[in-house]
Design a protein around this ligand. Structure first.
Ligand SMILES: O=C(O)CCC(=O)C(=O)O
Ligand SMILES: [Fe+2]
Length: 320
């Protein structure tokens, strides 16, 4: 007799193995091309508007080579300053219900209710963030510089599949889930952005990455059978100098192709406050399998340009 928990675990492992296999098979490349035809076509017709500036291009180049690039948001986005984002995020963090949740979680309460078992994260926007096109983080996620970087890297328009605000807390427990080295399995290339809303030092659970391990990177190797290699495997395989620890000041914006090895969000003290946005191709697992989106964005898309409309389509709130 095997227990239900173990059975679920085995099913999860085989699903992930299957998915690892599917996204690496030649047949998937064909399906992916077909699934992404529209994204490539619009990217081509929008070429003039999607051409990156020199600063944006330097991020795209680093993304291609290393799978990761960081920049100060205020250097990238003249129209939307970090101060505006910080104001939005800090007023949410100050809310009474959020403060209560942080206090409860700090004392070890409410862990079993945490989304996806990630009890180290308090989510000020709730489990399924509901945002509006006018909200500051959405304006940032759909801003021309960011969409130009994402689409130039992917060579096609990208879709937002998730946006979230994470308030990471110390747990005093061993690292679990995304706190351990892993590769994200949902696409052959994707871009996640992480905006540090407060300074993030070594002890605040910074995002960590091994440059070059993304699927198109020169250090992409099969390390461990599945996308969460066993403890110690990654640290033995890659020297300490090869592991990038992304500490940074508030306002640091990280772009990362998380098909490469990464981990983070495990503060030893204090906390980490970060805005996360995920851009994938139209062939990613959540889109192809029509999973319920991680967040919804409402509002009238008529005023948006083609790249913005494409980006928001999967998470767009539809009525009726
Ligand atoms: O919280 C972190 O720094 C890592 C998060 C992560 O693994 C992800 O967003 O894919
Ligand atoms: Fe991840």
């Amino acid at each position: 007799m095997i227990g239900r928990g173990l059975r679920r675990k085995l099913r999860d492992v085989s699903r992930r193995r299957l998915n690892d296999l599917l996204v690496s098979w030649p047949v998937y490349s064909v399906v992916r091309r077909y699934q992404n035809a529209e994204a490539r076509r619009i990217f081509q017709t929008e070429q003039a508007r999607m051409a990156p500036t020199p600063v944006e291009q330097s991020i795209v180049t680093r993304l291609r080579e290393d799978g990761i690039a960081t920049i100060d948001l205020d250097e990238l986005s003249p129209d939307l300053s970090f101060a505006v984002l910080s104001h939005w995020a800090e007023s949410l963090a100050r809310r009474e219900d959020v403060q209560r949740e942080i206090a409860a979680r700090t004392s070890g309460e409410g862990r079993s209710k945490a989304k996806g078992g990630k009890y180290y994260i308090v989510r000020p926007l709730g489990d399924v963030p509901s945002l509006d096109l006018h909200d500051v983080p959405v304006r940032l996620a759909l801003s021309a510089p960011i969409l130009r970087i994402v689409s130039s890297y992917l060579n096609m328009l990208g879709r937002i599949t998730a946006m979230d605000l994470w308030y990471n807390l110390p747990t005093g427990e061993p690292r679990i889930l995304s706190q351990r080295w892993h590769r994200d399995p949902e696409d052959q290339a994707l871009v996640k952005t992480f905006l540090y809303l407060r300074d993030c030092g070594e002890s605040n659970g910074p995002f960590c990455y091994i440059p070059g391990t993304h699927k198109v990177g020169t250090l992409h190797h099969k390390v461990g059978g599945y996308n969460y290699p066993a403890d110690g495997v990654v640290d033995r395989r890659y020297e300490a100098e090869q592991r990038k620890v992304c500490t940074g000041k508030a306002g640091t914006l990280i772009f990362c192709d998380t098909t490469g090895l990464h981990k983070g969000g495990d503060p030893q003290e204090g906390s980490r406050f970060v805005l996360n946005t995920v851009y994938t191709s139209n062939a990613s697992e959540p889109i192809v399998k029509r999973w319920a989106p991680h967040c919804t964005i409402r509002g009238n898309v008529e005023g948006l340009d083609a790249a913005q409309r494409f980006a928001v389509d999967f998470v767009r709130e539809r009525h009726g």
